[in-house]
Ligand binder design. Sequence first.
Ligand code: GLU
Length: 301
Amino acid sequence: MRIRRAVTVLVLTAVAATACGKEGSPPVKGPQPEQLPKYQVNAGFQLEDSPTWRKAERRGHFVVGAKEDQPYLGEKDPASGLYSGFDIEIARMVSASLGLDPAKIAFRTIASANRETALQNGQIDYYVGTYTINDNRKKLVGFAGPYFMAGQDLLVRTDEEDIKGPEDLAGKRVCSASGSTPYQRIQADYPKADLVAYDTYSICVDNLLTYQVDAVTTDNAILTGYAAKAPDELKVVGKPFSEEPYGIGVPRSDNALRFAIDDALLANEKNGNWKKAYDATLGLSGVPAPKPPPIDRYPAS
Ligand code: GLU
């Protein structure tokens, strides 16, 4: 009974993010479109040095890679096909600063394991989806930002008492996404955990709710979203045990695009759009807006 109820709660909240929770639980808040910033298109903007920008300009819009199942960060409404969340707003503010209408962005859902290939083969112009900047990935793609700092954490069922941190994972079934940094960290630093991987975190969460796994691990920003949508069933435990600076992925050789996105992020942090977007999206999971981390405008190589 408990399991069925839990799954139902998640499914319902995914379908209708504004639906109320069960009696006694706080109302589940969905994205608040009226609170979102309106991004002014930077008319006349030119970036001739960027092949990605030139192609997008001819096309009339950007094609952006994102996630579709991460509450408050990147979510796709199954009925309308519309994307919402903090990462989606970051993608929109960048598009406007680069002179292209944010309302026309074509979003493509790309899983963690496929991001580098999607950027390398030109399937997307840039990627905004809880994408940690690190040196290994920098060999394959470029990163603007960071625009947010997350940290790896653990999600368990509310009836779980044994797991309080990564050192308690020995012999436990732990789920994460293929190709993600949290997966790699558990594999390297906590080899006694019984680690399983799926394409997405929402499959991991379904497995957690149905007692197929004991914990889900990824960034706290992602996990607090799932917990906020099913507070009776799920909780985030312990303290973050890594640093995950979120960047915007771009094709590796397109430095002009990377630097222009760095400028766009900075401008939107200064004019208040960043905070306003955060408050209307990720802020709804209960964590007040932090200060954005400093942009790392690393030299072209
Ligand atoms: N930030 C981590 C990563 O980029 C985990 C989240 C994700 O898979 O998108 O791998």
